[in-house]
Design a protein around this ligand. Structure first.
Ligand SMILES: [Zn+2]
Length: 83
């Protein structure tokens, strides 16, 4: 009977030690990977396109797309269509 109690205590101690070791390691991984992910995330540069009227390089978000063509301003989009 004494042997069984000794084995149970041994199993409990090993399980506790393993759980503690795994918990500490996973916590370390979480903080390390999340920090790396935030630091290495590249900010994609704005895509530049040439105006079909004046050939000026303009950011995609700042320009106008009309009829499948890109223009630097609404005025140039209108001018190109008028011609
Ligand atoms: Zn233009």
């Amino acid at each position: 009977m004494g042997k069984l109690v000794l084995i149970l205590i041994l199993v409990f101690v090993i399980a506790y030690a393993v759980r503690r070791a795994l918990g500490a390691r996973s916590r370390e991984d979480d903080s390390g990977s999340s920090g790396q992910r935030g630091g290495t995330q590249p900010s994609s540069p704005e895509r530049m396109l040439a105006c079909q009227h004046c050939n000026a390089m303009t950011p995609l978000s700042a320009g106008v797309v009309r009829g499948g063509r890109f223009y630097c301003t609404q005025a140039h989009a209108k001018k190109a269509q008028d011609v």
